[in-house]
Design a protein around this ligand. Structure first.
Ligand code: ADP
Ligand code: MG
Length: 529
């Protein structure tokens, strides 16, 4: 079967606390620790390098759910592309947000400037989207849903900027394959006395390959169709030609550095295209970098290099764009010929507010004409309580409903990167504080998902050195992310649309917000059930 060719089967003792002795768990922890070192599954801090927290074992995931969400990703890519290209929809959806959220307000202003230049034919509409849609899973109950399945996916968010871990996710899958094959060896020795379980791991996770190819395709499109004058592949002329390159825009301090380096190196190794990691401050150095007044190209290295694609791994939160100067650089990049990934349009389409508006009646259908696809997309949506509405009574009712059952909702601002959401008493305090104020317009109220739990061991969460692993079992909940790549041409017509691998993160059930680098969650990988 084609499906099985994409999976690897292992015969092991069931993966739970009653079947795995502490001796075996210690052995497995050592296997995992070595895999982290050999595969670069680590975070870099100012004075140390720590193995990244991962689960010791992969976590269960129904195969049908995994495949269904993967299939749905290209539809989500299309939906978010269409939303982003509809300036009016973005402006209307975010109309009230931009008045109270200066970060979104500034992005909207840049979008409007860009749009003017696009309409005058001075800039193209080519867009590169590297998205990740994140889901948690709820149990439907004993009977299951209408299709007989017992799990339902609820979308947590769609990331359109700086979706991380695409480089580490395949490595975590290798780690789990090492751990499980070690366990299979132990199980074979014990198999006469114990029943074994067949577990199946995805053979490949194409996140690194897919995103690499997306960036290379955008670079090639830029060289061929947007700024074809001097090709960087033209070896004979390379000394005269301005070399074209990709710039990964990064923060000055970055703990998840290795994830970025894996992508950077993979792009150069597979295509020969150079990738520079640069901060906004470096890109704002006018001696080194400028936009050519005549043709709009973004030049750096004192005019020796031309940027084809800016790939952002920063600039998604107000802390990363603090100064006027940083905003000026962001604007220059957006108003240049280079492809910005994401464009300000894509970034605004990825706001939580747009997610909530899409859940309203007929919104998805405005962008997705096929009723079945629209229904499939909608089937993953959580419920939202409208907060900003011309009808004050509606907002008041939403606040009242949430205050009555605060544990059933999450209050979210238009922020990315984890640690910004309000749960339980914090949600109550915030709603009371802002109840009659316009400030509430900056938030969305989302149904809280109570995901299925499973047993796992979190390795390296409190790293105390090799061989000192805590092998305590925890009840964990998982969040599956599906990556997607979309590229459109100069007119905004989609030319590439792909699903591009996955990421599983798990956290202790008691933790509310996620965040792997923040230490709340672990990298994980799925096994099929
Ligand atoms: P961010 O952009 O900061 O990643 P998210 O919407 O992904 O924002 O929320 C961060 C984390 O909070 C998620 O990874 C998840 O653990 C938790 N979370 C968010 N929304 C919900 C929800 N509706 N129900 C339960 N947990 C949620
Ligand atoms: Mg998130």
């Amino acid at each position: 079967m084609a499906e099985e060719q994409n999976e690897i089967l292992f015969e092991v003792v069931p993966l739970n606390s009653s079947n795995l002795s502490s001796e075996i768990l210690s052995e497995l922890c050592n296997v995992a620790a070595i895999s982290k070192i050999s595969n670069g599954i680590a975070f870099i801090f100012p004075e140390k390098v720590n193995p990244a927290p991962t689960t010791l074992l992969p976590s269960p995931m129904p195969r049908y759910m995994f495949n269904r969400l993967k299939e749905l990703q290209t539809d989500f890519n299309d939906l978010y592309h269409n939303v982003a290209m509809d300036s009016e929809f973005l402006a209307t959806s975010l109309e009230k947000v931009v008045n109270v959220d200066p970060f979104c307000g500034k992005l909207m202003n840049i979008m409007k400037k860009r749009e003017l230049l696009e309409n005058e034919g001075r800039l193209h509409k080519c867009q590169l989207g590297l998205f990740r849609a994140d889901y948690m899973f709820e149990e439907i109950g004993n009977v299951g849903g209408s299709d007989g399945h017992k799990w339902r996916a609820k979308q947590i968010e769609v990331n359109t900027i700086a979706s991380s871990f695409l480089g580490l996710a395949p490595e975590v899958a290798s780690l789990h394959k090492s751990v499980i094959s070690h366990l299979a060896g132990c199980s074979v020795q014990r198999s006469r006395s114990e029943p074994l379980q067949t577990i199946s791991l995805p053979r490949i996770n194409s996140s690194l390959e897919g995103i690499t190819q997306g960036l290379i395709s955008a670079h090639n499109y830029y060289c061929e169709s947007i700024s074809p004058s001097a090709s960087s592949d033209n070896r004979a002329n390379i000394s005269e030609a301005v070399a074209k390159c990709i710039v990964m825009v990064v923060s000055e301090t970055e703990n998840n550095h290795i994830d970025q380096i894996k992508l950077k190196d993979n792009i150069t190794n597979t295509s020969g295209v150079l990738v520079y990691r640069m901060t906004l401050a470096q890109l704002g150095n006018k001696e080194e970098c400028w936009v050519d007044e005549e043709n709009g190209t973004f030049l750096m290295h004192r005019g020796c290099a031309e940027v084809s694609v800016f790939y952002f791994r920063t600039a998604y939160s107000p802390e990363q764009l603090k100064t006027q100067q940083e905003w000026a650089v962001r604007e220059n990049m957006e108003l240049s010929l280079a492809i910005n990934c994401p464009s300000v349009r894509y970034q605004l389409a990825g706001t939580k507010k747009v997610q909530q508006v899409l859940a309203c009646k007929d919104s998805v259908e405005k962008f997705v004409k096929d009723a079945e696809i629209a229904q499939n997309i909608r089937s993953t949506f959580a419920q939202f309580l409208p907060l900003e509405s011309d009808d004050k009574a509606t907002t008041e009712l939403s606040v009242k409903t949430a205050l009555k059952n605060p544990s059933k909702y999450v209050l979210k601002p238009q922020r990315e990167g984890g640690g910004n959401n309000y749960f339980d008493q914090d949600l109550v305090d915030m709603l009371n504080k802002f109840e009659h104020s316009d400030e509430l317009n900056a938030y969305i109220l989302m149904e809280r998902v109570f995901p299925v739990t499973n047993q796992n061991i979190m390795a390296c969460c409190n790293y105390g050195g090799f061989g000192s692993e805590d092998t305590t079992w925890s009840r964990v909940v998982s969040e599956l992310g599906i990556y997607g790549v979309i590229l459109s041409d100069k007119e905004g017509k989609v030319i590439i649309n792909k699903e591009s691998g996955h990421l599983l993160r798990s956290k202790d059930v008691s933790k509310k917000d996620g965040g792997v680098v923040a230490g709340n969650a672990c990298l994980d990988s799925p096994y099929f059930v």
